[in-house]
Ligand binder design. Structure first.
Ligand code: 6PG
Length: 475
C-alpha cells in the first residue's frame, strides 16, 4: 500500500490526469472497469513514471497509502454513483474521494453529505483544460471539506497549471462550491465562444474572407483579447478541408452541440434571480442552430433587410468588432461572477472571487489576459459588480461607440448577434437612471392589483383602475 493517489476511470481525461500525477513524481494506482484501458495505459506509458495497475477495486484500494486519495474520472451521472458504491465497502474513515467529472453541483452536495456521514471526505472538483490540460496542467476547482483539502490539495496544486508560479488550483469552498464554479466557468465559455462566433459572422457578412478574419483574430490575440479561445479560433479558421479545398469552417454543419453545463448555469441563475442574459443567449443560440426544421421554415418564409453590409473601411470595422467582443466578454464575466457570489451567499460557501479569477488565468478553456485584470480588481477590494471596477468601467466607456456601431450595422444588415445585443442591453440596463419597470408595475397593478411602491414616499400602493382611479395606500 504505497500509491499516493489513485485514479478510477481511464478514458482520455482520467488517463491523462493519471499520467500527470505520475509525471510529477507520485505513485499512481490505476483502475478501470474494463481492464483493456488499464493495459493500454501501462503499455504506452507504464515506464514514464510509477504506476500500480489493478484489475479489481479491492486490489486498487489496497494499493493506496492512507488516508487514501481516490480520483474518480468517469462519465458524470450514474457512472459516478456506481463507482462510489463499488468503492465504499473498501474505504475507511478519513479517506478522500474526488469526483473530477462535470457533475451537477446539487449531485455533489448530495454525495458529499452521504459520504461525510460515513466519515469520508468527498470532493467535487472542476477540472478544465480538456485532454491537453489534464496531462500538462489543468485549472482545478476543488470543493469539499477544509480538512480533506489538506490531504488532497497539495497534490492537485502540483499537477495544476501555474501562472507566474501560482498554481491554478485553490480551495473554493465546501461541498458543491467547486463544481458550481466549474459550471459557471463553462457558462462563460459558452458566452465567450458565442461572441467570437458573432464577431466572425459580422466580419464575414461584411465581405471579409476567412483568411482576413483569421488574421484579425491573430492580431487581437496580441492585445487585450489575448486568450486561448481567440488563439484556437484563428487556427480553426486557417484549416482547409482536404476534400473540397474550402475553408473547413465552410463545410462543418452549422448546428452546435452542448452537453449541459451551459444550460445548468442558466437554469440555476433563473432560480437565484441573477441576470445572466449573455450566457442564456449563448445557450439559446446553440439551440436555435440545431432546430433544422425551424430554420428551413424561416429560410423559406422570412425576408431580410434590403441593406447589404459593405464597410468603407475594413480596418475600422475590425477595430469596432474587437471592441464589441471585448465589451461583451467583460459583461459575461461580470454576470458569471455575480452568479458565483449569489450562490456563495445562498449556500454559505464563502467563495473568494479574486481566488477564482486567480486560478482561471491559466490551464482552463477561458484562460485570458483579462483574468489577471479581474483578479487584481477583486484583490483591491469588494466590488458590487465587475463592471464597476475602475479599469473595466473605463475600458467599457472607450469601447462603447465601436460596440454600438457593430450592433447597429449587424441589425441593419440582418446578422444575428444575440450575445452582443444581450451584453449591451445589460450594460445599458444597469447604468440606466430609470427603467421602464415602473410601467410594468403599473400594468401589474392594473390587471392583478399587484401593488407598487412610489419613488417619493414609503408604503405600498394600489390604484382603483376600474373605479375612480384613486390611489390607496395599503400599509
Ligand atoms: C473544460 C471544458 C469542458 C467541455 C465542456 C463543455 O473546461 O475543459 O469546459 O468541460 O468542453 O464539457 O462542453 P459542451 O460544449 O459540449 O457543453
Amino acid at each position: 500500500a504505497n500509491a499516493h493517489v489513485g485514479v478510477v476511470g481511464l478514458a482520455v481525461m482520467g488517463r491523462n490526469l493519471a499520467r500527470n500525477f505520475a509525471n510529477n513524481g507520485y505513485t499512481v494506482a490505476l483502475y478501470n472497469r474494463t481492464t483493456a484501458r488499464t493495459d493500454d495505459l501501462m503499455a504506452a506509458h507504464g515506464d514514464d513514471g510509477s504506476f500500480v495497475p489493478s484489475t479489481t477495486i479491492e486490489e486498487f484500494v489496497a494499493s493506496l497509502e492512507r488516508p487514501r486519495r481516490i480520483v474518480i474520472m468517469v462519465q458524470a451521472g450514474a457512472g459516478t454513483d456506481a463507482t462510489i458504491e463499488s468503492l465504499l465497502p473498501h474505504l475507511e474513515e478519513g479517506d478522500i474521494v474526488v469526483d473530477g467529472g462535470n457533475a451537477h453541483y446539487e449531485d455533489t452536495r448530495t454525495r458529499e453529505e452521504a459520504l461525510r456521514a460515513k466519515g469520508l471526505h468527498f470532493f467535487g472538483v472542476g477540472i478544465s483544460g480538456g485532454e491537453e490540460g489534464a496531462l500538462n496542467g489543468p485549472s482545478i476547482m476543488p470543493g469539499g471539506s477544509k480538512e480533506g483539502y489538506e490531504a488532497i490539495g497539495p497534490l492537485l496544486e502540483t499537477v495544476a497549471a501555474s501562472y507566474d508560479g501560482t498554481p491554478c488550483c485553490t480551495y473554493i469552498g465546501p461541498d458543491g462550491a467547486g463544481h458550481f464554479v466549474k459550471m459557471v466557468h463553462n457558462g462563460i465559455e459558452y458566452a465567450d465562444m458565442e461572441f467570437i462566433a458573432e464577431a466572425y459572422d459580422v466580419l464575414r457578412s461584411a465581405g471579409l474572407t476567412v483568411p482576413e478574419i483569421s488574421a484579425a483574430f491573430r492580431e487581437w490575440n496580441t492585445g487585450d483579447l489575448d486568450s486561448y479561445l481567440i488563439e484556437i479560433t484563428s487556427e480553426v479558421l486557417d484549416q482547409t478541408d482536404a476534400t473540397t479545398g474550402k475553408a473547413l469552417v465552410d463545410v462543418i454543419a452549422d448546428s452546435a452541440g452542448q452537453k449541459g453545463t451551459g444550460r445548468w448555469t442558466v437554469q440555476i441563475a433563473l432560480d437565484l434571480g441573477v441576470p445572466v442574459n449573455t450566457i442564456a443567449e449563448s445557450v439559446f443560440a446553440r439551440s436555435v442552430s440545431g432546430h433544422l426544421d425551424l430554420r428551413a421554415a424561416g429560410r423559406e418564409h422570412l425576408s431580410g433587410p434590403a441593406h447589404s453590409f459593405t464597410p468603407e473601411d475594413k480596418a475600422a470595422l475590425i477595430e469596432d468588432v474587437r471592441q464589441a467582443l471585448w465589451s461583451a466578454k467583460v459583461v459575461a464575466y461580470a454576470q458569471g461572477l455575480h452568479l458565483i457570489r449569489s450562490a456563495s451567499e445562498q449556500y454559505g460557501w464563502d467563495i473568494d472571487v479574486a481566488g477564482v479569477a486567480t486560478i482561471w488565468r491559466a490551464g482552463c478553456i477561458i484562460r485570458a489576459r483579462l483574468l489577471e485584470r479581474i483578479r487584481s480588481e477583486y484583490a483591491a477590494g469588494q466590488l458590487p459588480t465587475l463592471l464597476a471596477a475602475p479599469s473595466i468601467a473605463a475600458g467599457l466607456a472607450d469601447a462603447s461607440d465601436g460596440t454600438r456601431r457593430v450592433l447597429a450595422r449587424a441589425f441593419e444588415a440582418g446578422v444575428p448577434v444575440p450575445g452582443f445585443a444581450a451584453a449591451v442591453s445589460y450594460y445599458d440596463a444597469v447604468r440606466a437612471e430609470r427603467l421602464p419597470a415602473a410601467l410594468i408595475q403599473g400594468q401589474r397593478d392594473f390587471f392583478g392589483a399587484h401593488t407598487y411602491q412610489r419613488v417619493d414616499t414609503e408604503g405600498t400602493f394600489h390604484t382603483e383602475w376600474s373605479a375612480d382611479r384613486s390611489e390607496t395606500r395599503l400599509d
